[in-house]
Design a protein around this ligand. Structure first.
Ligand SMILES: [Zn+2]
Ligand SMILES: [Zn+2]
Length: 632
């Protein structure tokens, strides 16, 4: 099947699944329960076991025979399935609810496991039940949870089951932290808070929470809203925390200058400096974000990287958390979500995150254009750019967004990410709108109109959140209306299609153009290294139709020598760069228990480096338009 046919099949499958899931959703709504209370404790942090209790009170009248408790297969913001149920243990059901602090003897109720994510509890004709289970969590991330001697950091989707057909019911949460540990999340409204009410389970799991003894919290206010910056450092901060908080405030000011004050009373940045070289993430929520940097704040580059993530995640307060694709909330947690809109939700957020670093004054023009140039270089060198559109990439997020693959795939050659592709669509679209309207309108206006129309002014389409979601067609319509130009052709070619974006047409409006040059690394012969395998030099991917493929190299091969010299992760490219086009380079690899010797015949470089540069003939008017764009 070629990519176009595959695309069509995916779309029809998507339509079918939407029909079924919305029907199930309507039928599945039942009378709300009297109360659903989650109690979380962590008496043995070293075991990495979160202890969860769910107390359920049923309404009067005959109770149902049984209630299903379900662990979600995935959680919002990360689109791959992770099957959180795999870390659940010791699930049990008890008749009654024991007042907190009391010792009660409650009868055990029958439990059957219905499928890989569902536990069915018999109600035995009673109206009060308690469920207990433990969840193992030892990953510091925006999706999973971690409990250890240093802290508890949890993302609700990975630890809290929902009651099937009652996800829309109000729930409450009570946390018993270890002695001396403080609780911080994005819904704190009083000191030493340990209890919360949520309008539904979706909001409960949208409230990631950090609990530790040695975290720090700094605060500032913008437009009368309170912003908290929680930092938990596992390495040396190098005295940089105060400056970090000041720069975060600059980002908040730059983004609220575009959108207006956000619809919230307070917002919390939960930031970890993990100092473990592998934990790294950023995850958006309605009133908070989780940001995890693999380094220590005091180390080179970590400070800037954290701010870059802050600029991206805070933009999500509007784009994706409130203004959202129609498929994003409420969700069916028995299967991954499919949406065509992630190039808007994530890609445009990437674009604006970088633009806001410039508008906040943290980056200068040079740094901003260097970042966009690197994004162009990545996209234009990727074979997948010719095969996968921004829309299709969005749909395939469950395969792409950190998804583990048990079988080998050719995704390195066939896919692109909706993050950089969407970022470049944003860049080009913004400049085209600015250029065509002589600076009277911009993508900023499109985003604000979308927010107004689909969030602020739309009636609630579901229990989950205000407003309704948009489709790609809605976005096209608003972009066309705001700019006074029909963007249907643009969408057809660059969003649904895989044509190369009209960079120069767009950049010309601000007196710039794209320059293609030799990549600094002229040859990699089509070999992509698996950098996660730190002990060996392992091939992570082989570019289709490349010298490496001609030489018979495969993913998983360990490179032993190149040009008869032993090589390492550090020197392999330098070694290869000593050769020139047409040279025959002997290479030895280990595959399983075999040692294979073959020859790479180098061709002309396949990779180019792209730079966005000022045109010599840039006019004052074009430079003026550029300044307005970059300063906001
Ligand atoms: Zn922590
Ligand atoms: Zn994002």
């Amino acid at each position: 099947m070629n990519s176009i046919a595959r695309h069509k099949t995916l779309r029809s499958l998507l339509l079918l699944s939407l029909l079924f899931s919305s029907a199930a959703f309507t039928l599945g709504q039942e009378q709300p329960l009297r109360s659903i209370t989650y109690r979380l404790s962590m008496s043995r942090p070293l075991s990495h076991l979160f202890e969860v209790r769910i107390e359920v009170e049923l309404p009067e009248g005959p109770p149902p025979k049984s209630i299903d408790f379900q662990m979600p297969k995935w959680s919002p913001g990360r689109y791959a399935s992770f099957d959180f149920a795999k870390n659940v243990q010791q699930f049990e059901a008890l008749g009654g609810i024991c007042p907190s602090g009391a010792q009660c003897k409650m009868p055990s109720f029958p439990v059957s496991r219905v499928d890989d994510q569902t536990w069915r509890v018999a109600t035995m004709n009673t109206h009060r039940l308690t469920i207990r289970y433990k969840v193992f969590g030892n990953d510091l991330s925006g999706t999973f949870s971690q409990l250890d001697s240093r802290h508890a950091n949890f993302n609700g989707g990975s630890i809290f089951m929902y009651l099937v057909n009652h996800k829309q019911d109000p729930v409450s949460l009570s946390i018993t932290p270890p002695p001396g540990w403080k609780i911080v999340n994005g819904r704190i409204d009083r000191k030493d808070q340990t209890e919360w009410q949520f309008s539904n389970w979706d909001i409960l799991i949208d409230t990631p929470t950090e609990i530790a003894a040695d975290l720090t919290v700094d605060e500032f206010q913008v437009d009368g809203k309170l912003y908290r910056v929680m930092v938990h450092s596992f390495g040396d901060e190098g005295g940089k925390r105060a400056a970090l908080v000041r720069d975060i405030e600059k980002i908040v000011r730059a983004e609220t200058a575009m959108w207006g004050p956000p619809e919230l009373d307070s917002y919390t940045f939960l930031i970890h400096f993990a100092a473990d070289d592998h934990s790294g993430d950023g995850m958006e929520h309605l009133t908070s974000t989780q940001i995890i940097e693999p380094g220590a704040l005091g180390e080179d580059g970590v400070y800037g990287s954290a701010l870059d993530t802050v600029a991206h995640e805070f933009f999500h307060v509007w784009n994706v958390k409130r203004l959202r694709p129609v498929e994003l909330g409420p969700w069916d947690f028995t299967r991954p979500a499919n949406t065509r809109g992630l190039w808007i939700a994530e890609g445009l957020t990437n674009y604006y995150g970088h633009l806001m670093m410039r508008r906040a004054g943290i980056w200068d023009d040079t740094r901003f254009f260097r970042t966009e140039s690197q994004t162009v270089t990545g996209i234009e060198n990727a074979l997948g750019s010719h095969l996968m559109s921004a829309e299709e990439s969005s749909l395939l997020a469950p395969f792409l967004d950190g998804a583990p693959h048990a079988q080998r795939t050719n995704l390195a050659n066939t896919s692109i990410s909706y993050y950089p592709k969407g970022e470049l669509i944003g860049l080009v679209l913004d400049l085209l709108i600015r250029g065509k309207t002589g600076g009277k309108a911009s993508l900023d206006d499109v985003m604000r109109r979308m927010y107004d129309e689909f969030y602020l002014k739309s009636p609630n389409a579901t229990y989950y959140l205000r407003g309704r979601g948009y489709t790609n067609e809605d976005f096209l319509r608003v972009a066309s209306e705001v700019s006074g130009s029909d963007f249907s052709d643009f969408f057809q070619r660059y969003v649904s299609g895989v044509e190369i974006l009209p960079y120069d047409e767009a950049l010309a409006f601000v007196g710039m153009h794209l320059v293609r040059g030799q990549a600094r690394e002229p040859f990699n012969a089509g070999i992509g290294i698996d950098w996660e395998k730190t002990d060996k030099l392992t091939i992570g991917s082989v570019r289709n139709d490349s010298p490496a493929e001609d030489a018979g190299l495969q993913e998983g091969d360990q490179i032993v020598s190149l040009g008869r010299k032993n090589i390492s992760r550090e020197n392999w490219l330098v070694t290869l760069a000593r050769y020139k086009q047409g040279d025959r380079v002997p290479i030895t690899v280990k595959r399983d228990r075999r040692t294979i010797q073959t020859t790479i015949v180098l061709r002309e470089p396949e990779r180019f480096e792209y730079r966005i540069e000022e045109r010599k003939d840039a006019t004052a008017a074009q430079k003026g338009l550029r300044a307005i764009w970059l300063k906001g």
